[in-house]
Each structure stands twice: as structure tokens, then as C-alpha cells.
Design a protein around this ligand. Structure first.
Ligand SMILES: N=CN[C@@H](CCC(=O)O)C(=O)O
Ligand SMILES: [Zn+2]
Length: 433
């Protein structure tokens, strides 16, 4: 009877990312990754990883040491990773994966020069998707959500953040959160759920009325369903932007979410500098996304509060924005994470492509990009005690890639999923090609 779930052996490289139980890698630490590499001169056959029947990593080390302690007959599954590299499962810190109504027509408008806010102000953008999402059935939303999540998994994601926010009324927001809950209950990979009822001001309300509806109707209704166990919600989000929710309204909504037990994780400083990073840091936000326009003071405030910066290179790419100052953030000691920002404006489900874009557009090193897409993204979701690195005591969430070194996952521009041989969640093989 096998007492252990998985043995991966003979790996050429094991990228642990960190090996001292760090909960995040801020600033310069993002460049110091823990990597085990078999040297060509060594007589060793490579590195092994042992995952127990609870899905936890029990041992990592040279094959010869692991072979002394464990026997192949102890394992349900054994993977021969000769000439392959093992990395932690990727973590996507920011996605909008539940919606109906794609916006391919807006891509055309933007190519002709329309800005994101011009499209938004003319009734397109988020509000276009809201109209379609309100009409869609929960089953239809779930089916498309499932396809998107499975695409993320094939691209190496083992944990992702998923937002509501295309409902903007209590019934549709709850419908979206129910779709996410079905995903949490049924998908093999993990999901951190975010309530984002303040993603846009609904067409029939003012910002003040929308703020009031969120605080006095939506949050209490969602709290009741969380308490009954029919919803699971981890974070609260607001799109804090000129013409959407201003800083005082954002702060009120975030405080109401915090009182309900939700972690603060919001959109800030994307198109206009509003000092929302300073406000978020003061409120103890766990993460702020976008930050294209963050000020030096905002960066310092986030470094001191330990607020993770979730950067989204797909947005800067597709909207031709000046990118967020990633270098300045890292130089000032901020923990930078990455997200795909998958949404009908930025249709990207691949974290390897996001890491590639982070290197080119945000001028990050490959080490920084990997730290940002693993341990720091896990920290942005409060999950880094168990996820985001390959260490004893953490979950056996990993990728095995068929490449000469881990950097190939970032270096290749597109089609990186062809390198991914196995995606493993808690020691279970959830995808194999
Ligand atoms: N900026 C706000 N929200 C999304 C876009 C959502 C949409 O356009 O549908 C973002 O993070 O990029
Ligand atoms: Zn977003």
C-alpha cells in the first residue's frame, strides 16, 4: 500500500524560489532565487521531490539522498524528470474570469485610437460586459469560466484570484460569486475569490448612490451567504479611478469590506494619480493592482505597509499606457507580484506570457518575474504560507517543463505551454501532455 502520493526524480533543476519560509520576497530579494541545479560534472542523477498523501512536500534533495530514505514502492505515482526542470505552480494575482459578451469590436476601436476611458464613457467597456453578464444564465457563465480556468491550468497556473464585478447589482454580483464558488468546489486548482461590486458605477446610479448600495445592500447580502456557507469570498476590490470611484468612496467601501472580514485588494493609480496607494497602505491593504501612475510617496507607503504591488503588463501593452514603475518599486523594497488581468479588454490567460511581458515592458529580470508570479502573487492573496515556493511543508503545486533551464518558460514568446509537460496540484497530476 503506497503511503506517499508522488515522487519526482532525476530533475535537472528544481527552482524552489525561496527556501527559508519567507512569506514574500520584497525588493532586491526578488533577484535571489533558491535554485538547485545538477552540474554537468556531478555524478548525481539529479534532484527529487517527495509529496505525501496530504499533498504536502515531505522532502527535496539529490536523488541519492532521497533514495536512501524512500523506496519507489512507497509511491502512488513516480515521474521521471530527466533533463527537465521543476518550478512552483504559477500564481495569477488578478483576473476577471466570469463574464459574457466579448469586446472584440472595442479592440478595433482602440486600434483606431479610442482610449479606454473614451470607450467606457460611451457606454462600452465594463458596462457593455455588465449588460451581457446580467442576461447570462449561471450555467452559461460557469461553462465559459471553466474553459478559461482550464486554459490557465494548461499554462501552468495552480492558484488564481477571480473577481466578480460585471453585475454591479446585488443579484448579478451574487450570481458571479456563485459561479466562482462552484469553481472553488470543483476545479483541481485553487481560486481566491474577490467581490468587486465597485468595478464601475451602474448606468442608472451616481457614484454616491452606488457606494451606498454596495455598503448597505450588497455587502450585507453577501456576508449572509458567506455565513451560511453558500459563498466563499476572500477579498474586496474597488476600481478607484477618475470617473469611476473616487478615493473617499473607495476608502468607505474598503472599510466596510474589512469589517466583514475581507482582505483589501483593489485597482488603484491606473490612469490618473489619485494617491489611492497612500490610502490603501494606510488601511492595511494586502494588495493594490495596476499602479501605472503611482507616486514616489505611494511607493514608499506601500513598502512600509508591506502592501503587495500586483502589476499587469498586459494592460500597459494593450492600452499603450506608460508602464508601472516596477524598477522603482523594487528598488524601494516593495514586493511586486504579477497578474494576467484576464478580462474582455485584455484577453490573456497565460502567466508565462505575462512574465515575458514583465521582462520587456516593466524591465524586470527573469528572476524577479518568476518571484512575482509565484511567492509574491501568493502573498498578494494571503496564501504564501502554503503556496508560491517549493519547500518542505508547503503544498506540492508544481510544473515540470521540458527545457534546458527554467528561464526557457519566460524566454519563449508565446506557445510556452508547449514546454509544460506536467501541472501538479498537491502532488496530483492535473494536466499532462
Ligand atoms: N481597470 C479596471 N478593470 C479591468 C478592466 C475590466 C474591463 O475592461 O472589463 C482591469 O483591471 O484592467
Ligand atoms: Zn482588473
Amino acid at each position: 500500500m503506497a503511503t506517499l502520493r508522488l515522487l519526482v526524480r532525476h530533475a535537472k533543476q528544481v527552482v524552489m524560489v525561496c527556501n527559508k519560509g519567507q512569506l514574500a520576497l520584497p525588493g532586491a530579494a526578488m533577484n535571489q532565487l533558491a535554485v538547485l541545479t545538477k552540474s554537468d560534472q556531478s555524478s548525481s542523477t539529479g534532484y527529487s521531490i517527495v509529496v505525501d498523501n496530504c499533498g504536502t512536500i515531505d522532502a527535496i534533495g539529490p536523488d541519492e539522498e532521497i533514495d536512501k530514505e524512500f523506496s519507489p514502492k512507497d509511491f502512488t505515482n513516480i515521474i521521471d524528470a530527466t533533463d527537465m526542470c521543476v518550478l512552483p505552480g504559477l500564481v495569477d494575482g488578478h483576473t476577471h474570469p466570469v463574464w459574457a459578451g466579448d469586446r472584440v469590436h472595442e479592440f478595433k476601436m482602440k486600434l483606431r485610437g479610442a482610449s479606454y476611458m473614451e470607450v467606457h464613457a460611451s457606454g462600452g467597456g465594463i458596462n457593455f460586459t455588465v449588460r451581457h453578464t446580467r442576461q447570462a444564465s449561471e450555467d452559461d457563465l460557469y461553462n465559459s469560466f471553466q474553459k478559461r480556468a482550464s486554459n490557465m491550468m494548461k499554462n501552468g497556473t495552480t492558484l488564481f484570484e477571480a473577481k466578480s464585478g460585471y453585475g454591479l447589482d446585488v443579484d448579478t454580483e451574487i450570481k458571479m460569486l456563485r459561479v466562482i464558488k462552484r469553481g472553488i468546489d470543483n476545479f483541481p486548482i485553487d481560486i481566491s475569490a474577490t467581490y468587486c461590486g465597485a468595478h464601475s458605477v451602474p448606468e442608472n446610479l451616481t457614484m454616491e448612490e452606488a457606494t451606498d448600495d454596495i455598503i448597505n445592500n450588497q455587502i450585507p447580502a453577501i456576508k449572509e451567504l458567506i455565513d451560511q456557507g453558500s459563498l466563499q469570498v476572500d477579498n474586496i476590490d474597488v476600481f478607484c479611478e477618475k470617473g469611476v470611484f473616487d478615493v473617499p468612496s473607495t476608502s468607505k467601501i474598503l472599510k466596510a469590506g474589512k469589517e466583514t472580514g475581507l482582505a483589501l485588494n483593489f485597482h488603484g493609480e491606473e490612469l490618473h494619480p489619485l494617491q489611492s496607494a497612500e490610502m490603501g497602505a494606510k488601511l492595511g491593504a494586502r494588495a493594490i493592482s495596476h499602479l501605472e501612475m503611482v507616486s514616489d510617496e505611494g511607493i514608499k507607503a506601500m513598502a512600509s505597509s508591506g502592501t503587495v504591488a500586483v502589476l499587469l503588463p498586459t494592460t500597459a501593452y494593450i492600452l499603450k499606457l506608460s508602464p508601472p514603475p516596477a524598477r522603482k518599486m523594487i528598488d524601494n523594497g516593495v514586493a511586486v507580484a504579477l497578474g494576467s488581468d484576464f478580462n474582455p479588454n485584455a484577453y490573456c490567460l497565460s502567466m508565462p506570457l505575462v512574465m515575458h511581458l514583465a521582462c520587456i515592458i516593466l524591465k524586470m529580470t527573469m528572476e524577479e518575474a518568476l518571484a512575482a508570479a509565484t511567492i509574491n502573487a501568493a502573498a498578494s492573496l494571503g496564501k504564501s504560507k502554503r503556496q508560491g515556493s517549493l519547500e518542505i511543508g508547503k503544498l506540492g503545486d508544481m510544473l515540470i517543463i521540458d527545457a534546458a533551464s527554467w528561464e526557457h518558460l519566460i524566454y519563449q514568446m508565446g506557445n510556452q505551454e508547449s514546454l509544460i509537460k506536467y501541472v501538479i496540484k498537491g502532488g496530483n497530476i492535473v494536466y499532462h501532455r
